[in-house]
Ligand binder design. Structure first.
Ligand SMILES: [Fe+2]
Length: 189
């Protein structure tokens, strides 16, 4: 089966028109790839799950991510792949696999870290310090849509320390945006 980035990207752009949502999907892809490498898993597969995890959001914002399977099936993605995406629904009942827990954990955190970088004068992920991310976690007026308990609980479910998780994802994003592929995504402007 073809889990290549090239294919996943073309499917994403067919179904997700919103540029901010595409950027979010790319950020989640980057973090998924980094965790796959850390865990000795397949970065291509984990990255494709990240890139396509919000595939049904434009069409079914209220029922997301329950329509992922039907949107992905015509492209040859199998049920396991669709389940790996649909498992980031808050009401997913089965025990999540490590990949699925990772998706739940990086989904809110990537957005939060990018938001922290974007309010810096230099918009730099390199210069964004852990203590400043932690400070923003306590500032309820900042990035209000991202519930802090999503970040905290999902890291715990994955079995990673919160600070270590933040630093890992920040580093993954900071390194990725220096590469030609991800520089083009303009995650931090
Ligand atoms: Fe998402």
């Amino acid at each position: 089966m073809d889990f290549s980035r090239e294919k996943a990207w073309s499917v994403l752009t067919e179904h997700v028109g919103d540029m901010a949502l595409r950027k979010h999907c790319v950020a989640v892809e980057i973090a998924m790839r980094a965790y796959a490498e850390k865990f000795g898993e397949d970065p291509e597969y984990w990255g494709a799950v990240g890139l396509l995890h919000d595939i049904d959001f434009d069409k079914f914002p209220d029922e997301h991510p329950r329509h992922a399977a039907e949107l992905l099936a015509p492209y040859g993605y199998d049920r396991q792949f669709a389940d790996d995406i649909m498992a980031h629904s808050p009401d997913w009942a089965p025990e999540r696999t490590r990949l699925q827990k990772t998706l739940v954990a990086v989904d809110p955190l990537t957005g939060f870290i990018l938001a922290c970088a974007l309010v810096r004068p230099d918009k730099s992920l390199d210069n964004l310090e852990l203590k400043s991310i932690l400070k923003k976690m306590k500032d309820n007026s900042f990035s209000r849509a991202i519930k802090r308990e999503w970040i905290i609980d999902s890291a715990q479910a994955l079995g990673v320390g919160l600070e270590e998780h933040m630093e890992f994802v920040r580093t993954a994003l900071a390194e990725a945006v220096k590469t030609p592929l991800y520089r083009a995504a303009r995650l931090v402007g």
